[in-house]
Design a protein around this ligand. Structure first.
Ligand code: GRF
Length: 217
């Protein structure tokens, strides 16, 4: 996956369903040079997703694919695979993509799909992770970037960042604190995965060659 010196930056795709603030952080990281990658395409399962406009404003191809136009989940996933192969995408980044990723995508992009989740996994997988943390009474929560497997929110963890849960937090205030960390760690995790020099051991993401210096916080 790592690009050779002098060659074109790797192409990534971002899959969204909504607001697209994580998409924006990835766009910004490619613009600033923090992330040496090109966003080849942004795909949404919802035509009204505000993130599509963010992509277009940045001059990135943005496609809306309605699952209802496909007879079943596999055909929908295969249509995405075709779009991504045609654009030579080497890594898929799910950023608020509110659909389960099916086997056609998982098989075509094994260990090449990332997701961001608003909790410290394996705590609070699934929907409403911030509400789950609050209602559980957790004192710490955070954000996790992980590789996507067939196990919902259960793939190997690439990066995490913790935030405190405060006594007077609401779902909104906790979500906002976590979102700051999401925007910080997602581009960094993409950079790490694209750089290569890692392997999966059991369920662990292991960086085997520490050739690069970490970027400053
Ligand atoms: C984020 O909290 C992300 O962790 C979760 O969905 C939300 C998407 O937000 N998977 P945005 O669309 O990136 O603003």
């Amino acid at each position: 996956m790592p690009s050779e010196k002098g060659s074109r930056p790797p192409s990534i795709a971002v899959l969204i369903s909504g607001r697209g603030s994580n998409l924006q952080s990835i766009i910004d990281a490619t613009r600033s040079g923090q992330l040496n990658a090109t966003i080849a395409v942004v795909i949404s399962n919802r035509s009204e997703a505000p993130g599509l406009a963010r992509a277009r404003a940045a001059g990135i191809e943005a496609i809306s694919l309605n699952p209802r136009d496909y007879a079943n989940r596999d055909l929908y996933d295969r249509a995405i695979v075709e779009l991504l192969h045609a654009r030579h995408v080497s890594l898929i980044c799910l950023a608020g993509f509110m659909r389960l990723v099916g086997s056609p995508l998982l098989e075509a992009f094994g260990n090449r799909i990332l997701n961001i989740h608003p909790s410290l996994l394996p705590a609070f997988p699934g929907l409403d992770a911030q509400r789950q943390a609050l209602e559980h009474g957790a004192r710490i929560s955070g954000a996790t970037v992980h590789l996507v497997t067939s196990d919902l929110d259960g793939g190997p963890i690439v990066l995490q960042s913790a935030v405190p849960v405060l006594d007077d937090d609401t779902v909104d205030t906790l979500s906002a604190r976590i979102l700051i960390e999401e925007h910080r760690i997602y581009p960094e995790a993409i950079r790490i995965v694209l750089a290569g020099g890692w392997s999966i051991e059991g369920r662990r993401f292991v960086r085997s060659t520490l050739v690069e210096k970490p970027t400053a916080r």
